[in-house]
Design a protein around this ligand. Structure first.
Ligand SMILES: [Zn+2]
Length: 379
């Protein structure tokens, strides 16, 4: 039996977790989210220490190179950690990385009980931290609010399991499936609330990708529109590098911009961009998958595709999209030539349609948001 199944075998069914344990795990998640978009390539982790029904310590992991959440929580609890319960949304680490393993710090603190949201997604180390705690005589409970914990770190989990960032395709369309009118006019398909939701989504992502067409037609900002929040790396994928000098993305005061292009494309414009501190990287074969590999190497967890139909179809086809967020406005715009969110996928029969899994929907202002996951076969 491997370590992972040993751990799983000791899990209690979800219904047996107390409401206090679930509430404290929710608090861990709330703390973890304070570093949303800032921890790559590390996960989002929060930790709470409870003694005699009172929270005596809290912490979260602020970003790579800094201490882990458990360390901050133990520091703030001090001597009160002895005999207490420590909550953490991800299994404490058990290896020497940039910091010593948290499992050792937890054992040394004298904590009596540890409640873990989810096991480490890396199959090579999964269960190691939990086993270490149990060996030290600490009671360990695993799987409290597990689904929420998995979702919080879905980018990190995908990165570990597939050596690729987690790709999210987001688009806004009318009820008749158009992302613009027949002239290409597209501001705005959805209302203010939906657009604010997109800004929040950008805060949570490490990079946002558009194609050259989107830059030429929409001249987007692609920022989170908050002065203090995290802005993702703005990425333009363009084979020709035939782009206007007036694009807003070349102003990097608010957020950095990276242009991914084909080797040797429009060299004078490359120089012009670099003079403005816009990063330009040439790839030999510029595809969505190649862009994702490059962004993986740069440490990205989650990448948001905000491109038009041509690029989104390519990204779906080569396995660069795992999740779809479709904002749907209750509007009809018509137009036989009006663009739709996903271009040619070469699917001739309705039976070939990509069917989303774990689908949910909610209303946002006057619009509707449908979320779901593509089947994993392409990844
Ligand atoms: Zn750790």
């Amino acid at each position: 039996m491997d370590t992972f199944s040993e751990v799983a075998a000791n899990n209690l069914p979800a219904s047996e977790f107390s409401s206090c344990d679930r509430a404290m795990m929710q608090r861990c998640i709330e703390l973890a989210r304070q570093a949303l978009g800032k921890t790559a390539p590390n996960p989002l982790v929060g930790s709470v220490i409870v003694k005699d029904g009172e929270i005596v310590g809290e912490g979260f992991h602020p970003g790579a190179g800094q201490p882990h959440a458990e360390v901050f929580a133990l520091r703030s609890a001090g001597e009160q950690a002895r005999g207490a319960t420590l909550y953490v949304n991800l299994e404490p680490c058990n290896h020497y990385g940039r910091t010593p393993p948290c499992s050792e710090a937890v054992v040394a603190s004298g904590v009596a009980r540890v409640v873990v949201g989810m096991v480490d997604p890396n199959p090579l180390v999964a269960g190691g931290g939990i086993a270490k705690l149990r060996q030290a005589g600490i009671e360990v409970v695993v799987g409290v609010e597990e689904e929420v914990c998995q979702r919080l770190n879905e980018g990190f989990v995908h990165r570990i399991l597939y050596q690729r960032p987690f790709g999210i395709l987001k688009y806004a369309m009318t009820l008749d499936g158009k992302i613009a009118t027949f002239t290409g006019h597209s501001t705005w398909v959805t209302g203010v609330a939906a657009r604010q939701e997109v800004h929040q989504l950008r805060v949570a992502c490490d990079a946002v990708i558009v194609g050259g067409n989107t830059v030429r037609r929409d001249n987007p900002h692609l920022t989170s529109h908050h002065t203090t929040a995290h802005n993702p790396l703005r990425v333009v994928m363009t084979k020709t590098l035939d782009l206007p000098k007036t694009a807003r993305l070349w102003d990097i005061q608010e957020a950095p911009t990276l242009v991914l292009t084909q080797t040797g494309a429009n060299v004078p414009f490359q120089t012009w961009l670099r003079d403005r501190q816009v990063e330009v990287v040439e790839l030999d074969n510029l595809t969505p998958a190649a862009a994702m590999t490059y962004l993986y190497d740069r440490g990205c967890l989650s990448v948001l595709w905000e491109c038009g139909g041509t690029l989104s179809a390519q990204a779906i086809a080569d396995g660069s999209v795992q999740k779809i967020l479709a904002f749907i406005a209750p509007k009809i715009v018509g137009g036989i030539g009006s663009p739709s969110p996903v271009g040619d996928l070469g699917l001739a029969e309705m039976t070939q349609a990509l069917t989303l899994e774990r689908v949910s929907w909610r209303s946002i202002g006057e619009d509707c948001l449908i979320e779901g996951y593509l089947p994993l076969e392409k990844s």
